[in-house]
Design a protein around this ligand. Structure first.
Ligand code: BGC
Length: 735
């Protein structure tokens, strides 16, 4: 028999084995277990067809097996809405007229809700949009840890705490995947800055890796059952993370038993051998110009294309390596695209707007509210000055790959005008930042002096000023591909705020950003609101919070340092951040974010977990169900919470744990449980939370495993990492 005859014979005996009722091939029979379908499809494919599945065929898609009816994979960004269609072989928008999406709030805002129900709603809604647009894989969410306020991509992530991001990422993934669309958690791993992101080599301890940087990915895999994971651009242990044996083969696939697809970040693969052997399954974005060969590499020359095929044919690579990659890709296709009960999705539906608004409203954080300057009910003032470029600028556009073409976006100014009325609101731009650009630093040609002058005059004549500024999505702001250059507000905003304060002290600062910023004017300003990037419903959500229609309940998912040098990574100097362009050493080790501030007794400007409300909450004393626990038990924590103010509200209560005496350094305390509790004015509730004793472990570098040391642990209920309400001690027994 020749080769083709052998293939056909095998197809007959393996692929077409069928059930009694079904005469088609096993892989098409959705009543069969996925593994059988994978085996069946694999057995029908030629070597070339298999290799073809392991790399891109266009900017965002990879091949299926047309002759077998196995569909292509279509990926799309992610993570805040479904990116517009781009040309086959080019990043630019393809000018479709039916792809304008709902923009959901940035993931920093989602994390600030401290509410896993919001994450499920987010995932479900964005998943429906992805499904309607016929996507197989949504490129998100991102869970890289907020290590410094300078990272240009922090707005796409879930803050500085591994526990918070783990609890938020899991329901997000579950929500997306209910729709027959796979999520793709990114960027695995240690992609904590944008500067030199394609080559910087991260050096850190095993302990920091396991305690801080991996948990959210692990939760995404083990609990979220995420279908795909994206490797990151940077290097770890001197090897690029998209082709890193330790991260992909050892940790992800062996230790965490990940059965899904490892997708490279776009252009993150640099050689065939490592791509073949080190755990990558699907190579994307390797050249900037695939098909046209216009100075770039055509898709057939991707590292996992012809070079891989030739390597197998010559015996350099075992076919088993290819079969493993293809099995994973087929598994994803059978699990999602070819699953029997795949829903149809929906796009720009009113429910999605409602979801975006609800998440935005729950994520907005009230940072300061002296003398109850907020809320400002409709009718209280006749002349409200709205000042600042972010009141009118689109912030769904820009930022890099998460940039969105939206069906609509309610700007803050539009939201405020809709509630306070046209007659009461006057607007002045105040500063200018230039047009939206991802790859160039834009300069505005506007006359700064006259902008400031006009804004000051507007503020002078008003009863209250809503200053709406912050960062934006341009290069060197909150934007992929570069880090911020300064911790202060850009575009002369600090000076502008000072100038406004000279003529009007009744000024609320509303910041749109995905990062902490310096606030040199903080003592002079009565109210500050952290409003993130809120998506399509931004203006409505901000107006609802300012008027008091919604009582704010967001809490900060990362600390705001008073000055940049107070940030842990930055305090250790250049090699720690941003590195020397070759290496970057995470010298702060496990003391990231509030772990640093607390342990070193440095007061932050605003602490992790902090956020005010228009009401007040009274915390009862924390108690536990027992005093002594075995290592496999769960601690049941309870305390009462009472809304002692005059309006309904919600409080994200937090439980932190400390270990006073340990054989290794432990942070002063670590978040181990939280819950968003909704209470009517005057209502009180008994709050019940659980902490597993095994979650009190530290990563033991000696044993390469997790250790819970017997002895005393202290649990605290807290309104933020800096505001412990009460504490209780428990003992963990010796085994
Ligand atoms: C980004 C990814 C993104 C991909 C595709 C890359 O530059 O790092 O997050 O999903 O592009 O747009």
């Amino acid at each position: 028999m020749n080769k083709l005859q052998i293939i056909m014979f095998c197809q007959l005996i393996v692929g077409f084995q069928s059930t009694a009722q079904n005469t088609g091939p096993v892989y098409l029979d959705s009543s069969q277990p996925i593994e059988k379908r994978v085996e069946s499809a694999l057995s029908l494919m030629t070597l070339k067809e298999k290799v073809d599945m392991c790399h891109a065929q266009s900017k965002f898609s990879s091949k299926g097996v047309p002759r077998l009816g196995i569909p292509e994979i279509w990926t799309d960004d992610g993570p805040h809405g479904i990116r517009e269609e781009v040309f086959w072989d080019d990043w630019s928008g393809a000018q479709w007229t039916n792809d304008s999406c709902t923009a959901f709030p940035a993931l920093t805002c989602l994390a600030a809700t401290f509410n896993p129900d919001m994450a499920l709603l987010y995932g479900k809604s964005i998943g429906e949009e992805a499904r309607y647009r016929n996507k197989t894989v949504l490129l998100g969410p991102g869970v890289n840890i907020y290590r410094t306020p300078m990272n240009g991509r922090n707005f796409e992530y879930m803050g500085e705490d591994p526990y918070l991001s783990s609890r938020i990422v899991v329901p997000y993934i579950q929500g997306v995947q209910q729709n027959g669309v796979s999520a793709c958690v990114k960027h695995f791993a240690l992609n904590n800055q944008e500067l030199w992101r394609d080559h910087i080599n991260v050096v850190l301890s095993d302990r920091a890796l396991n305690e801080i940087y991996l948990p959210a990915f692990k939760a995404a895999v083990e609990e979220g059952k995420v279908g795909a994971i994206m490797g990151s651009y940077n290097q770890f242990n001197g090897v690029h993370c998209c082709t890193n044996d330790l991260l992909l083969n050892q940790i992800l696939k062996k230790d965490w038993k990940f059965e899904g697809v490892v997708i490279s970040d776009w252009g993150g693969v640099h050689e065939t051998d490592k791509a073949v052997r080190n755990g990558l399954d699907l190579e994307m974005g390797t050249s900037i110009d695939g098909l046209t060969n216009n100075g770039g590499i055509p898709y057939s020359e991707y590292y996992l294309a012809n070079p891989f095929l030739k390597g197998i044919e010559s015996g350099k690579y075992m076919e088993a390596l290819l079969n493993d990659k293809v099995s994973r890709i087929l598994r994803l296709i059978f699990r999602f695209t070819m699953s029997q009960n795949r829903p149809y999705g929906k796009f720009i539906s009113p429910e999605h707007s409602e979801a975006a608004r609800k998440i935005a409203e729950e994520g907005i954080v009230l940072l300061k509210n002296d003398k109850q300057s907020l809320p400002v009910p409709v009718g209280k003032y006749k002349r409200i000055a709205v000042i600042g470029e972010n009141a009118t600028r689109s912030v769904t556009l820009g930022g890099g790959s998460s940039s969105l073409k939206v069906a609509y976006e309610v700007t803050p100014l539009a939201g405020l005008v809709a509630l306070y009325g046209k007659k009461s609101v006057v607007y002045s731009q105040g500063y200018a930042s230039g047009s939206v650009s991802y790859d160039r630093e834009e300069q505005s040609h506007a006359n700064t002096d006259s902008l400031v002058h006009a804004a000051v005059e507007t503020a002078r004549g008003a009863e209250i000023v809503f200053y709406i500024g912050g960062l934006n999505k341009n290069r060197f702001q909150d934007c992929e591909g570069g880090d911020r250059k300064t911790y202060n507000l850009p575009f002369g905003q600090d000076k502008l705020i000072e100038a406004l304060l000279k003529v009007n002290r009744n000024l609320t600062v509303i910041l749109l950003s995905g990062n902490a910023v310096a606030m040199p004017w903080i003592d002079k300003v009565p109210a500050i609101v952290q409003s993130w990037y809120l998506g399509s419903e931004a203006g409505n959500a901000i107006a609802d919070v300012l008027t008091g229609a919604v009582n704010p309940s967001g809490k900060l998912p990362f600390s705001f340092p008073k000055k940049l040098e107070d940030n842990a990574a930055i305090s250790f100097g250049k090699l720690s951040y941003p590195g020397d362009s070759i290496n970057e050493c995470y010298k702060e080790d496990i003391l990231v974010g509030y772990r640093w501030f607390d342990t070193k007794h440095i007061a932050p400007l605003f602490a992790f977990g902090f956020g005010l409300s228009y009401t007040n909450f009274e915390y009862g004393k924390i108690t536990t169900d027992k005093k002594t626990y075995n290592k496999d038990e769960t601690i049941k924590v309870s305390f009462t919470l009472k809304n002692i103010g005059k309006v309904d509200g919600a409080e994200a209560v937090q439980v932190y744990v400390s270990q006073p005496k340990a054989s290794v350094l432990r942070p002063a305390k670590e978040l181990k449980a939280f819950k968003k509790v909704f209470l009517k004015a005057g209502e009180s509730q008994s709050v019940e939370l659980e902490v597993k004793v095994k979650d009190l472990a530290f990563y033991n570098e000696k044993t390469h495993g997790w250790s819970v040391e017997p002895g005393q642990f202290v649990l605290h209920n807290a309104a933020s990492s800096a505001e412990v309400k009460s504490s209780v001690s428990i003992q963990v027994k010796k085994e």
